[in-house]
Design a protein around this ligand. Structure first.
Ligand code: FA5
Ligand code: MG
Length: 432
């Protein structure tokens, strides 16, 4: 009943988020589960792995301003427009992002605050925050995760160049003395990863090099000498970092850093040289800057051997008791409880006032609202289109499993029945 009321009003009424009422409209898709996460601030809980990791990164960038506790509620202008996202960028879609209404959303990345922090004249900062994305359900995806943004601003003249050049020489010497193995790529590539037309190529190189060297230093601090990286128990394998080209609407050139972990390349962060347009939006057109955004859970799962992203949100004392602030230790799993698979097949309904077909993320949010962290996995097991009516049928398999205890048959049956009834109530879905 509670869920039905929250959803069924659809495009009318208000939704209360962090103590404030917002008028609903056709974009409103924030859910009770998400609203309940908004004030958790895991990165502030003493002893929590995310808090220790944040402090470790802050200690590496000691002379940077350390910002946090910035509200997750932003405007699409902050999250997208100020960063030159094109009007048709998929990230803007309500299937991918949580909207409170068309004027207000939950940030999807910490870059949403770049323009305002640059505008304050802050030359170096780290900003730690919770970010929100509508996504699939599995061991490495959760609709809330944490990012740390870092940025450095210098003046666009010989003083700024001298600062970068000196710093690059220092960082190069430091890294040369370490065992880290770095697969680097060019600081820019005219064809595939160009520097900005406004930039002198020498500036572009100095900035991109400073960015990558600063991050190589951080990755060495985080992962250097950790035994679990190469699958070599003695820690004899050197840390391997790989740089790859990518694109972001507000940086050029742009890069991602990957770390080799148990034989696989894992993406840890995205970064780039900030576009002059972004610095103009912040009223600091005579500056140059680089910025990065890293995922705290990705790094913490490696450092602490945490196998499932839900564990970060666990209230189970067996989780918290394992960790002390400032110490990195391997997570000791408590026993696994049995999985329980249940299927649901239905004709895919139209949603949002008939404006679009139900998206998988709509279904996942509904399942999260009913089952919370008792859902481990949702997979699409079958899909077909009726040859004459053109209606689409989908079948999802839900794996119900608790991190902390065995679920009874009655309990999973009741959860699943609730998912099915909410599918009918909220979306008018016809069950097959
Ligand atoms: C961004 O969010 C950009 N804002 C990063 C950036 C900042 C680029 C500044 C340029 C300048 P991306 O979506 O790739 O990029 O996410 C950055 C990092 O967040 C990823 O490398 C990953 O470590 C983490 N991340 C992304 N999606 C998830 C997820 N679903 N779960 C856990 N971590 C994630
Ligand atoms: Mg990425």
């Amino acid at each position: 009943v509670r869920l039905a009321r929250l959803y069924s009003t659809g495009t009318s009424g208000v939704v209360n988020v962090m103590g404030k009422d917002y008028t609903r409209d056709h974009l409103t898709n924030i859910t009770p589960t998400i609203i309940s996460k908004l004030s958790r601030k895991l990165y502030n809980q003493p002893g929590h792995p995310l808090s220790t990791l944040r402090a470790l990164i802050e200690s590496h960038f000691a002379d940077y301003a350390h910002l946090s506790s910035v509200s997750p509620i932003v405007s699409p202008a902050q999250n997208f427009d100020g960063l030159s996202f094109p009007a048709d960028h998929p990230g803007r879609s309500p299937t991918d992002s949580y909207y409170i209404n068309k004027h207000t959303m939950l940030r999807t990345h910490t870059s949403a605050h770049e323009v305002e922090v640059f505008a304050r004249g802050t030359a170096r900062y780290l900003l730690t925050a919770d970010v929100y994305r509508r996504d699939e359900i599995d061991a490495s995806h959760y609709p809330v995760f944490h990012q740390m943004e870092g940025a450095r601003v210098v003046s666009a003249d010989s003083t700024g160049m001298a600062e970068l050049t000196a710093d690059n020489a220092r960082l190069r010497a430091e890294l040369a003395r370490s065992p880290i193995v770095i697969d680097d790529i060019p600081h820019f590539d005219a064809r595939t990863n160009p520097h900005q037309p406004e930039h002198d190529p020498a500036h572009a190189v100095a900035l991109a090099e400073n960015l990558k060297l600063s991050l190589n230093g951080l990755l060495l601090k985080l992962f250097g000498g950790r035994a679990n990286l190469g699958g070599d128990a003695e820690g004899g394998e050197p840390l391997r970092v790989r740089w790859v080209e990518t694109t972001f609407p507000w940086t050029a050139p742009s890069f991602e850093a990957e770390v080799l972990f148990r034989g696989e390349w894992l993406e840890i962060l995205g970064c780039g040289v900030v576009r002059q347009k972004t610095l103009e939006n912040a009223n600091v057109p005579d500056k140059l800057a680089w910025a990065f955004g890293l995922g705290l859970e990705r790094i913490a799962m490696i450092l602490y051997s945490i196998p499932d992203i839900r564990l970060f949100w666990s209230d189970d004392p067996r989780f918290a008791a394992q960790f002390a602030q400032g110490e990195i230790s391997a997570f000791r799993p408590y026993s696994r409880y049995p999985a329980c698979y249940k299927d649901v097949s239905f004709w895919r309904p139209d949603v949002a006032g008939g404006t679009r077909a139900m998206h998988e993320n709509d279904f996942c949010d509904l399942v999260r609202d009913v089952a919370g962290d008792l859902v481990e996995d949702v997979t699409l097991t079958d899909e077909f289109e009726h040859p004459t009516t053109k209606r689409q049928s989908v079948c999802y398999r839900i794996n119900y499993r608790s991190m902390d205890r065995s679920l009874s048959n009655d309990e999973t049956n009741a959860l699943h029945a609730k998912v099915v009834s909410e599918l009918k109530n909220q979306f008018g879905a016809e069950i097959r």
